[in-house]
Write a protein that binds this ligand. Structure first.
Ligand code: ME8
Length: 514
């Protein structure tokens, strides 16, 4: 039976350049959440994609001597390939040039218009092409060269045009009530506070159409205008759920459980988007989570690897699971973080190769050599055995609690605390000495270690899917027995199960020869 629906989205990326580490980070983190929820019994729909309209795309296309459509057709696959390469289990890769998305955007526009929230007027203001956003005079700063800059540092230009407006100014109270009644709507808390004060400061109506270029979705009934790219972009989330066809089976996924986005676009997702949805009479997403930014600390990554900043080279230099683990373990989710060659290598070698990889290798090699390659028959459990197993059994509960706040780093810390405890157990039980002195007890120690590795393997799947699958293969855990409900006393490793020959799951990172 399918479980409760769970709909998770990333932001859709502007394909006006190659995908970068920020894009990789967002899709990896979202994938970990999606996989976690699937393993926890939810009926998950996970969507990512590309945001292909707007002046910025049109300008880049023109610069490269091509049409916007040809340009996005060439660029969008690079984002999809990155998600595939990083082993991200999206259910749909949406492109805002997809036919169903155009229909969906037209329909939300018509509904907002019918609600009386759209009117035609004239716009003049400071526009940043880079941010695809207008800024208030008061928000601008003067750069050294005398040009005005948006708060994001991008140049702005004075633009005057006929434009449709959305009556955002009338939504302030409703938005504040939304934040008040749903304290989890915006996370983490720092982002929430910023938005609350922004809305308390008063909202102005929002210009939602453009006439100065044509690369966008035409406004229904007035094709001289194209929709402001953010109207169309945000609408992707309901397109994915089948909007406007509410009989579509995917409509069960709306409202989304979480939009995972970067901290720079929280305003669009927590002010404009809920206001559009309220106007169109549609349910609001349950949560919006604004993760932090990743920075390259600037130093050279590695001589042989070159200055690797693009996600594909990082993945090929360190490994896909290794990169995923590093990003999710190193940076508390929600905060900014840095990456550097040293930090990645430290994490890989300490946590993955030494702590988990070696433990699996050593214990399973002993099983292969001394227990006929089968899960050994355990004797009575000692206090130490029971304590370690209880610690591993408690992982789903702790992980679920951390997942409430999307504390992915904390989940990994919990799992690796059990890895550390299992290493202490293995070292103190000294099964290599028991082999001579008390083979039955050795069997029990190896059993307990294998059972704890099974639970660690199951819990690690959302984060390091391929390596965790290899570990579970080594323990002969069937595909059906890999979800979180297989943790605990109901599904222990059956003694006597034949195991495949042990093989390393996490190689050490060694600096390549010059
Ligand atoms: O903003 N570290 O697209 P985008 C972490 N099309 N995250 C980063 C980052 C970094 N260094 N740089 C960017 C857009 N991001 C819009 C979204 S959604 C309806 C439309 C994040 O390609 C950024 O915060 O500029 C955003 O969530 C995502 O990457 C795509 O950014």
């Amino acid at each position: 039976m399918a479980g409760e629906p769970y709909y998770i989205t990333t932001a859709i990326s502007y394909p006006n350049g190659a995908p970068h580490i920020g894009h990789a980070y967002e899709v990896i983190a979202s994938d970990a959440i999606a996989r976690f929820k699937r393993l926890d019994g939810f009926d998950v729909f996970f969507m990512t994609g590309t945001d292909e309209h707007g002046l910025k795309i049109q300008q880049t296309a023109t610069k490269t001597g091509t049409t916007p459509q040809a340009f996005v057709d060439e660029m969008a696959p690079k984002f999809r390939e990155m998600a595939d390469l990083l082993n991200c289990s999206y259910d749909r890769f949406i492109r805002t040039t997809d036919a169903d998305h155009v229909r969906s955007s037209e329909e939300i526009w018509r509904r907002m218009e019918r609600a009386g929230d759209i009117y035609l007027s004239k716009y003049s203001g400071w526009y940043s092409v880079r941010d695809e956003a207008y800024f208030d005079e008061s928000e601008l700063t003067l750069a050294e060269d005398g040009t005005r800059r948006a708060p994001t540092g991008t140049p702005v230009e004075w633009v005057e045009e006929e434009s449709y407006f959305f009556r955002l100014s009338t939504y302030g109270e409703r938005l504040l009530a939304l934040y008040r009644e749903n304290p989890d709507f915006i996370g983490p808390d720092t982002r929430r506070n910023e938005i609350v004060s922004f809305v308390e400061g008063g909202l102005q109506d929002l210009s939602i159409s453009r006439t100065t270029f044509d690369w966008g979705i035409p406004v229904p009934g007035n094709p001289k205008h194209v929709m402001y790219v953010w109207v169309d972009a945000l609408t992707n989330y309901i397109t994915g759920a089948g909007f406007p066809d509410e009989a579509n089976p995917r409509w069960r996924y709306w409202p989304a459980d979480v939009h995972v986005i970067g901290k720079d676009i929280v305003r669009f997702h927590t002010v404009y988007w809920p206001a559009f949805l309220m106007s169109a009479g549609l349910p609001l997403p349950k949560r919006v989570f604004g993760h932090g930014f990743l920075f390259n600390r600037g130093e050279k990554m590695s001589k042989s690897v070159g200055n690797v900043i693009d996600p594909a080279s990082l993945a090929s230099a360190y490994g896909i699971d290794q990169l995923r683990y590093f990003l999710l373990r190193e940076v508390p989710f929600g905060q900014d973080g840095n990456y550097s060659h040293e930090a990645i290598v430290n994490r890989i070698n300490a946590d993955l190769a030494n702590d988990l990889g070696n433990l699996a290798q050593r214990s399973l090699t002993m099983v292969a050599r001394n227990c006929g390659g089968q899960v050994p028959q355990p004797g009575d459990f000692t206090h130490a055995d029971r304590t370690l197993i209880a610690l591993a059994d408690a992982l789903p509960e702790k992980a679920r609690a951390a997942m409430e706040g999307f504390a992915l780093h904390a989940i990994l810390a919990e799992i690796w605390a059990v890895v550390a405890e299992a290493n202490r157990y293995f070292a103190s039980q000294e099964p290599w000495i028991l082999r001579q002195q008390d083979p039955a007890r050795m069997g029990t120690v190896l059993y307990v270690t294998a059972e704890v590795l099974r639970e660690i393997g199951i819990m690690a799947q959302p984060f390091v899917p391929s390596a965790a699958a290899r570990l579970l293969d080594l323990l002969a855990v069937s595909e059906e027995a890999r979800s979180f409900d297989a943790i605990g006393s109901g599904s222990r490793l059956p003694a006597g199960t034949p195991l495949p020959a042990p093989a390393p799951i996490f190689p050490r990172y060694v600096e390549p020869e010059e």
